[in-house]
Design a protein around this ligand. Structure first.
Ligand code: NAD
Length: 455
């Protein structure tokens, strides 16, 4: 069999530019039809998607459903709202401009590049795509090569559903991403690590291409003295260990008030057992580490502090048990790098101001979690910290709400998406002043009385 010829990235880009210039994507009915097609294709391919997620990350049906349902809900929300979003927004016209009208139009950028990570390989390519379609763009998708089975299924779904001039998947490794980044797109949407985010941004700078960077970092989880211990533990365990901790918004570490630390850790252990059993290795609900590189990276964190829950590993199975580590210190590597795995280090504090000061010394996180019944403390934490998003008394759930824009700040990223924010992310505001010929106010013209001499 002949080998496939290499994909000519420039040809694909040219094809998409031509497609965009036809103006098809500007028609809102076209966009609606494409969103419906996407929903239908994802629904019809659910078994293949589940299979791929199982192969890549050992995701359970429950977790795979969680990944897919988020996309479906986003499509439904966009379908419901799109006619409002696309309406030109009438704005006030100053009286000295009369007779005229002024509007802001949400215009698509053109051809956008969406680069995805491996941890939620479908969701994190498809959810940005919804925003790109809703706002009238063409798109090239580059799924992560690390979640290889998911990448294949994404490519199949997209090629069967859309013309390549409109949406096209390009598969491949880092070199392919680099080739893509060498081209001139009209917008780049990147989800991944902070270091690669910098590479993407510097490549985009060459053409002054606008970027959205959805990055990672260490998201802190503070637990106040006055909290509902049972729900706190349950919600932390869910958010930390879903997908074996390979969630960008997973609580990275616990900052817990010293007076409740022992009781909270007991409950955390209880819920780990309740969700994953005494041997999580045998649990159908527990995911695996994506590859050996990440496995060894995570295993190297286990040497810090004192393991109080878990700690078991199995290289062959890429398994690391849900693990809680006490007595770590800030100088340890585990407290300096994003963990992005099923290891939860714990640090205690004595005063809420101390916890706030610790967080403010670190790079601005993607998410910040605060568990407390104390309204004053809630307000204080909100007012004195910075993060992409906040969940009070829960973890991760804020990003499932389409009306809440999702994204980071500082080192955790720039730009927002989900719901209307996704539509806005993939469009720019075009300001339009439309003047009438009815009459012409003289105030801005030179006149002889203002010193123009007649010869
Ligand atoms: P990554 O940055 O290693 O890779 C993401 C993409 O970048 C992949 O498609 C890959 O091909 C490409 N890439 C990798 N190295 C490259 C290079 N040198 N040049 C050009 N392209 C390159 O990220 P990952 O390992 O896939 O994902 C984990 C990271 O992503 C974590 O830091 C996590 O917090 C973050 N993340 C963030 C979000 C979010 O929504 N903010 C979501 C998921 C993951």
């Amino acid at each position: 069999m002949l080998a496939q010829p290499p994909v000519k990235i420039r040809n694909i880009l040219e094809e998409q530019k031509q497609f965009f210039r036809t103006g098809k994507t500007k028609d809102v009915d076209f966009r609606i039809a494409q969103l419906q097609k996407l929903k239908q294709a994802i629904t019809a391919n659910q078994p293949n998607i589940f299979k791929a997620l199982k192969a890549d990350l050992n995701k359970s049906g429950f977790d795979a459903y969680f990944e897919i349902i988020g996309i479906i809900k986003e499509i439904d929300y966009a379908l419901k709202q799109i006619k409002n979003w696309v309406k030109p927004q009438k704005v006030a016209t100053p009286y000295h401009q009369f007779p005229a009208s002024t509007h802001i139009y949400a215009e698509p950028f053109g051809v956008t590049l969406i680069i995805g990570p491996w941890n939620y390989p479908f969701n994190l390519v498809m959810t940005p795509l919804i925003g790109a379609i809703a706002s009238g763009n063409c798109a090239v998708l580059k799924p992560s090569e690390i979640s290889a089975q998911s990448s294949v299924v994404i490519a199949e779904i997209i090629s069967k559903t859309f013309e390549s001039g409109f949406i096209k998947v390009i598969e491949g490794g880092v070199e392919v991403t680099q080739e893509l980044l060498a081209e001139k797109f009209d917008h780049i949407f990147f989800t991944g690590g902070t270091e690669v985010g910098k590479i993407v941004m510097s490549a985009a700078a060459k053409y002054l291409t606008p970027v959205t960077l959805e990055l990672g970092g260490k998201s802190p989880c503070i637990v106040d003295e006055n909290t509902h211990l049972e729900y706190t533990a349950k919600r932390i365990v869910w958010g930390k260990f879903i997908n074996a901790g390979q969630t960008c918004t997973a609580p990275d570490y616990l900052l817990v008030h010293k007076n409740i630390k022992a009781r909270l850790l007991n409950k955390i252990e209880k819920y780990i057992k309740e969700f994953y059993g005494y041997v999580p290795l045998d649990s159908p609900n527990y995911s695996r580490i994506i590859n050996q590189k990440h496995f060894f990276r995570l295993v190297s964190f286990l040497k810090y502090g004192t393991i109080i829950v878990g700690g078991n590993t199995d290289l062959e199975d890429l398994y690391i048990a849900p693990t809680v580590i006490d007595k770590v210190s800030w100088g340890d590597k585990i407290m300096q790098e994003e963990i992005f795995g099923p290891i939860l280090p714990v640090i205690e504090y004595t005063d809420i101001d101390e916890a706030i000061a610790i967080i403010n010394e670190k790079p601005k996180p993607l998410a910040l979690y605060f568990f407390s019944n104390n309204k004053q403390h809630q307000t204080k934490v909100l007012q004195s910290t910075t993060s992409g998003g906040v969940c009070i008394n829960d973890t991760v759930m804020h990003l499932t709400i389409p009306s809440l824009p999702f994204g980071g700040v500082g080192e955790s990223g720039m730009g927002r998406y989900h719901g209307k924010a996704g539509f806005e992310n993939f469009s720019y505001q075009r300001s339009v002043l439309n003047k009438s010929f009815l009459f012409d106010l003289k105030w801005r013209y030179y006149s002889t009385s203002q010193g123009v001499k007649k010869r």
